[in-house]
Design a protein around this ligand. Structure first.
Ligand code: 13P
Length: 252
């Protein structure tokens, strides 16, 4: 049985005071909710402050990105070791906004995944198709290419440290959620891919989050699907009264 995993991706939102306030609220409102893992991924400049705010709670912290090099002359970048140092447990890699807005390739994502794993940071690796790709019937192929490209060289043992996130690009921030059936179909494909590329133990153990317009009103039916093990939440993670009910739904 995979333990549900709900992560909030705050993206480039909030200021320092509201980040601290939100983290404090999430930490206190999740006290006593059992059977679910919870992560908050604030903007990097607020990691330290958010780390203090959630200290002693069951909430862990993640970053939204990192660079693959361990140190050196890479202006503006952050290493896995730095993120660990400031209290991160995990890091979102290959988010569609980085793939499509910033131009990250599968190769870039792959280098980051390998560097995160080597440092002991747990990657949340995102995959997802564009609307045009879904309409062209190429969703399966896109997901397969992103999986193989982003995870090249990852061993079966390392794979168990990874969480996958299926985020159809057309459902992100649009209010247009994938139907539970559409999401489940891709999650099942991902599970079969892990079985094929690794083994059934890995395929059964790795958690796959769904992301794209998740909110309290649609979370339960998504989470009811056998291969949807959690959610990666953008907009609704910016308000405790929207985020915490999703955590509760996952715990039930
Ligand atoms: P929304 O929940 O705002 O659609 O964002 C999803 C997402 O991109 C999480 O990483």
């Amino acid at each position: 049985m995979r333990r549900p995993y709900i992560a909030g991706n705050w993206k480039m939102n909030l200021d320092r005071a509201s980040a601290i306030a939100l983290a404090t609220e999430v930490a206190s409102q999740t006290t006593g909710i059992e059977g679910v893992d919870v992560a908050l991924c604030p903007p990097s400049v607020y990691l330290d402050a958010v780390g203090s705010a959630i200290s002693g709670s069951q909430v862990v912290m993640g970053a939204q990105n990192m660079y693959h090099q361990p140190e050196g002359a890479f202006t503006g970048e952050l290493s896995a070791a730095m993120l660990l140092d400031v209290g991160c447990r995990c890091v979102i890699l290959g988010h569609s906004e980085r793939r499509h807005e910033i131009g990250e390739s599968n190769e870039d994502v792959n280098k980051k995944v390998l560097a995160a794993l080597a440092a002991g940071l747990e990657p949340i690796v995102c995959v997802g198709e564009l609307l045009a790709e879904r309409e062209a019937g190429t969703t399966g192929e896109v997901i397969r290419n992103q999986f193989d490209g982003s995870l090249a060289g990852v061993t079966a043992e390392q794979m168990s440290q990874i969480t996958l996130a299926y985020e159809p690009v057309w459902a992100i921030g649009t209010g247009k959620v994938a139907s539970p059936e559409q999401a489940e179909e891709v999650h099942l494909d991902l599970r079969k891919l892990m079985e094929d590329r690794y083994n059934s133990e890995v395929a059964q153990a790795v958690r796959i989050q769904y992301g794209g317009s998740v909110k309290p009103s649609n979370a339960a039916e998504l989470l009811a699907k056998p291969n949807i093990d959690g959610c990666l939440i953008g907009g609704a993670s910016l308000k405790a009264d929207l985020f915490v009910p999703v955590i509760r739904a996952a715990a039930e």
